[in-house]
Ligand binder design. Structure first.
Ligand SMILES: *[C@@H]1O[C@H](CO)[C@@H](O)[C@H](O)[C@H]1NC(C)=O
Ligand SMILES: *[C@@H]1O[C@H](CO)[C@@H](O)[C@H](O)[C@H]1NC(C)=O
Ligand SMILES: *[C@@H]1O[C@H](CO)[C@@H](O)[C@H](O)[C@H]1NC(C)=O
Ligand SMILES: *[C@@H]1O[C@H](CO)[C@@H](O)[C@H](O)[C@H]1NC(C)=O
Ligand SMILES: *[C@@H]1O[C@H](CO)[C@@H](O)[C@H](O)[C@H]1NC(C)=O
Length: 525
């Protein structure tokens, strides 16, 4: 997810108190309030259930993007979701990306303009920068509403704009995770980048475009995921041939091929690491050991290295299994698009995807003393491995959600039982919420995102109902999905404005409408 180093370094309860006392409107006299401060307060009318959840959508005039199909979906869900609090949570969360995070939508200027290229700049919510991973997930929450549509005010156009801008970013600095607004977005000012001027990064990123340059394999997979969702929703193959999509895919393949290499050359010397990163920090997971190259990895495993996780924390071992699963999955699926453009390239994509899968099944499985054969979170190819899961997607728990495995797969099921048990060192439990967390915010803080993924990967009504109850009762009366919540106190949490998690909640509710509509008819009081 997203790197709020400054936010997470301070106790969340302190962040909460301070922001309540010091609303941003006072500093920025804009007609539309900053949503960071807006989301900190409870706005009427309140829902009719015992949680009395506030109405947190911005005033219509302050919404960033309007789509009638989203409004229609909210109206139709009102007749399906009988619990007034659960409906309110959906009503606040589902449109949150459109309401608050589409910071800019427009057309590419020269030298790209001759082809009428859409661009969409999507912020994470509370940070004015675009993460490849977050933005792909933010749009994914609307994927079931996607239809072919040429209009520049359509959902399809939002997807096209995000794909085009991500392609530009990847072609500019393929190892980076978060980016500045495009130069065309003259209404937006660039944010002071993370680690500006002090991070040591090889290869050197393009400083004018980049917000942070942590190499995370799943960021590249996110571009493929977004492309695949657009293709499934629209079947618009001509779009992919129109701009620089194929070139971006080739860049991704070249970048990841270089990261198949192990630490040592054939003669025993140290091979130059294709990526290095060091930051001056007191947080161990914000920098890489061994001169910025990370822990040694074995050559020839078929797995692609990742320096960082989707939490933006450093990998302990760089053969990070969930991102390899996701990359293999979407590289294979996007070969169907590439078939229409370049059959030879499509064949290379399938073959690369297959060899990664072979590597995962060979090196990524371990035997757990209680759960039997499970997937490891990270391995190094030498035998060292990390048995854990983190809430951020891709995770082991979410591997059935993005379709690397079927949810009935026995190894997935073993892994899932392990992840959702106290044997997972980052499973957090307590009276408020039981769910996976991670080192990003730290022990004791459970992430609602992983409860949502738990629902999306479950067929068990009791498990789904229990998870929904926990989500509904842990918003601290704010009616939006937080990043993390203390297992011991619902009033301690991080991030009041986390667009991805809000969207994921909406996506999960639409999924339940398809799979388990009777559960949406229940009372959660
Ligand atoms: C969304 O619709 C409202 C009216 O309902 C309008 O005031 C607002 O400007 C629209 N937002 C955009 C970005 O078009
Ligand atoms: C295309 O999108 C626009 C803007 O959302 C909408 O008004 C129009 O009805 C859509 N067209 C079709 C054919 O769905
Ligand atoms: C990918 O690598 C090949 C072989 O080195 C090279 O010919 C090609 O130009 C590269 N493509 C891109 C987009 O960088
Ligand atoms: C690393 O493994 C690949 C694939 O098995 C092989 O082609 C390459 O020669 C190996 N490199 C070294 C330095 O051993
Ligand atoms: C979390 O799990 C523990 C142990 O099973 C249980 O006592 C507690 O009630 C659970 N908390 C929630 C919020 O469900």
């Amino acid at each position: 997810m997203k790197a709020t180093a400054w936010l997470c370094a301070i106790p969340a309860v302190w962040a909460f108190g301070t922001s309540l006392e010091k609303p941003l409107e006072r500093e920025a006299p804009l007609r539309c309030p900053d949503y960071s401060s807006y989301a900190f307060r409870r706005h009427p009318p309140f829902s009719a259930g015992k949680f009395e959840l506030p109405y947190q959508r911005p005033d219509p005039a302050c919404r960033k993007f309007n789509l009638s199909e989203v409004e229609e979906t909210i109206r139709s869900m009102k007749t399906v979701v009988k619990d007034p609090d659960l409906f309110r949570l959906f009503e606040n969360c589902f449109p949150n990306t459109l309401d608050t995070a589409i910071a800019w939508k427009g057309k590419a200027a020269k030298p790209y303009s001759e082809k009428d290229e859409d661009l969409t700049f999507i912020t994470t919510g509370d940070i004015n920068a675009m993460w490849l991973r977050d933005s792909a997930n933010q749009l994914q929450s609307y994927k079931t509403l996607l239809r072919a549509n040429k209009s520049s005010s359509s959902l399809a156009s939002l997807f096209r704009g995000a794909i085009n801008l991500q392609a530009r970013y990847i072609l500019t600095s393929p190892h980076c995770n978060a980016f500045q607004p495009p130069t065309e977005a003259t209404s937006l000012t660039a944010e002071y980048p993370f680690g500006a001027g002090t991070d040591y990064v090889v290869p050197t990123p393009e400083s004018s475009a980049v917000f942070e340059c942590k190499y995370e394999l799943d960021s590249l997979a996110a571009f493929l995921q977004l492309s695949h969702e657009y293709y499934v929703g629209t079947r618009d193959t001509t779009f992919f041939g129109r701009h620089r999509w194929a070139e971006a895919v080739e860049t991704i393949m070249n970048t990841t091929s270089a990261l198949l290499a192990g630490t040592y050359a054939a003669d025993g010397s140290v091979a130059p690491s294709p990526y290095q990163f060091q930051r001056q920090t007191t947080t161990a997971s914000e920098t890489l050991g061994n001169g910025g190259a990370g822990s040694p990895v074995r050559n020839g495993t078929g797995l692609v290295r990742s320096a960082f996780r989707p939490s933006d924390d450093a990998c302990t071992y760089q053969l990070f299994i969930p991102a390899n699963m996701m990359y293999s999955r979407y590289l294979g699926l996007c070969a169907d698009i590439m078939d229409k453009l370049d059959r030879d390239k499509a064949r290379q994509m399938r073959s690369f995807a297959d060899s990664i899968r072979v590597g995962i099944e060979k090196y990524g499985r371990v035997n757990h003393r209680l759960f039997g054969k499970i997937y490891a979170y990270e391995v190094d190819g030498y035998g060292s491995h990390n048995t854990m899961d983190d809430a951020n997607i891709p995770s082991l728990l979410s591997s059935a959600m993005f379709g690397y495995v079927h949810r009935s797969d026995p190894i997935y099921q073993n892994t899932r039982r392990f992840v959702l048990s106290n044997e997972n060192p980052y499973f957090m439990s307590g009276p408020v919420i039981n769910s996976t967390g991670g080192p990003h915010v730290g022990p004791g803080m459970a992430w609602p995102m992983s409860l949502i993924v738990r629902i999306l990967t479950s067929d068990d009504d009791a498990e789904i109902v229990d998870s929904l109850k926990q989500l509904l009762s842990s918003t601290d009366g704010l009616g939006l999905i937080h990043e993390s919540i203390s297992t011991q106190s619902a009033s301690i949490w991080t991030r009041q404005w986390f667009s991805w998690a809000n969207g994921l909640f909406g996506q999960m509710m639409l999924d339940l409408r398809e799979r388990k509509p009777h559960l949406l008819g229940l009372s959660y009081q």
